[in-house]
Write a new protein. Structure first.
Length: 94
Protein backbone atom coordinates (compact mmCIF):
# COMPACT_ATOMS: atom_id res chain seq x y z
CA UNK A 1 0.00 0.00 0.00
CA UNK A 2 1.40 3.38 -0.97
CA UNK A 3 -0.21 5.39 1.83
CA UNK A 4 -2.26 5.01 4.97
CA UNK A 5 -5.97 4.55 4.44
CA UNK A 6 -8.57 6.56 6.34
CA UNK A 7 -12.24 6.02 7.08
CA UNK A 8 -13.40 8.17 4.15
CA UNK A 9 -11.35 6.08 1.70
CA UNK A 10 -12.50 2.87 3.39
CA UNK A 11 -16.14 3.81 2.93
CA UNK A 12 -15.50 4.73 -0.69
CA UNK A 13 -14.11 1.22 -1.28
CA UNK A 14 -17.09 -0.37 0.47
CA UNK A 15 -19.59 1.66 -1.57
CA UNK A 16 -17.71 1.16 -4.86
CA UNK A 17 -17.94 -2.60 -4.28
CA UNK A 18 -21.67 -2.33 -3.58
CA UNK A 19 -21.48 -3.89 -0.13
CA UNK A 20 -25.03 -3.95 1.26
CA UNK A 21 -25.43 -1.25 3.92
CA UNK A 22 -26.95 -3.82 6.28
CA UNK A 23 -23.58 -5.61 6.44
CA UNK A 24 -21.63 -2.79 8.10
CA UNK A 25 -22.06 0.06 10.55
CA UNK A 26 -20.00 3.14 11.31
CA UNK A 27 -19.85 4.35 14.89
CA UNK A 28 -22.94 2.62 16.15
CA UNK A 29 -24.97 -0.53 16.23
CA UNK A 30 -26.42 -1.82 13.01
CA UNK A 31 -29.96 -2.94 12.41
CA UNK A 32 -28.88 -6.58 12.40
CA UNK A 33 -25.64 -8.48 12.39
CA UNK A 34 -22.88 -6.33 10.94
CA UNK A 35 -19.21 -5.42 11.12
CA UNK A 36 -18.51 -2.03 12.66
CA UNK A 37 -15.79 0.55 13.04
CA UNK A 38 -15.67 3.58 15.30
CA UNK A 39 -13.43 6.27 16.72
CA UNK A 40 -13.97 6.24 20.47
CA UNK A 41 -12.25 9.34 21.84
CA UNK A 42 -9.20 8.86 19.65
CA UNK A 43 -9.09 5.07 19.97
CA UNK A 44 -10.08 3.21 16.83
CA UNK A 45 -12.15 0.08 17.31
CA UNK A 46 -13.61 -2.63 15.14
CA UNK A 47 -16.41 -4.87 16.34
CA UNK A 48 -19.25 -7.17 15.43
CA UNK A 49 -22.69 -5.79 16.15
CA UNK A 50 -25.48 -8.21 16.94
CA UNK A 51 -28.61 -8.14 19.07
CA UNK A 52 -27.99 -4.53 20.06
CA UNK A 53 -24.52 -5.13 21.47
CA UNK A 54 -20.90 -4.94 20.35
CA UNK A 55 -18.90 -8.15 20.48
CA UNK A 56 -15.37 -9.08 19.37
CA UNK A 57 -14.21 -5.51 20.05
CA UNK A 58 -10.62 -4.83 19.03
CA UNK A 59 -8.74 -1.57 19.60
CA UNK A 60 -6.13 -0.16 17.22
CA UNK A 61 -3.40 2.42 17.64
CA UNK A 62 -4.38 4.28 14.49
CA UNK A 63 -7.06 4.78 11.86
CA UNK A 64 -5.13 2.96 9.12
CA UNK A 65 -4.82 -0.28 11.10
CA UNK A 66 -8.49 -0.14 12.13
CA UNK A 67 -9.64 0.48 8.56
CA UNK A 68 -7.62 -2.46 7.21
CA UNK A 69 -8.96 -4.73 9.95
CA UNK A 70 -12.50 -3.53 9.24
CA UNK A 71 -12.15 -4.35 5.54
CA UNK A 72 -10.76 -7.80 6.35
CA UNK A 73 -13.58 -8.54 8.82
CA UNK A 74 -16.14 -7.26 6.34
CA UNK A 75 -14.75 -9.55 3.61
CA UNK A 76 -15.15 -12.54 5.95
CA UNK A 77 -18.67 -11.47 6.95
CA UNK A 78 -19.69 -11.15 3.30
CA UNK A 79 -18.21 -14.58 2.56
CA UNK A 80 -20.45 -16.07 5.28
CA UNK A 81 -23.40 -14.88 3.19
CA UNK A 82 -22.01 -16.16 -0.08
CA UNK A 83 -20.85 -12.74 -1.26
CA UNK A 84 -17.31 -12.31 -2.48
CA UNK A 85 -15.53 -8.96 -2.44
CA UNK A 86 -11.79 -8.26 -2.50
CA UNK A 87 -11.80 -5.09 -0.43
CA UNK A 88 -8.25 -5.38 0.92
CA UNK A 89 -6.77 -5.70 -2.56
CA UNK A 90 -8.48 -2.48 -3.55
CA UNK A 91 -7.20 -0.74 -0.41
CA UNK A 92 -3.67 -1.88 -1.28
CA UNK A 93 -3.96 -0.45 -4.79
CA UNK A 94 -4.95 3.03 -3.56
Amino acid sequence: MSHAINLEETLAIVKKNRVPESMYCIGGLGKGECVGISDENGQWQTYYSERGARTSVKTYANENDACLAFLKQLELHLKDYGLSRNLLAEAASN
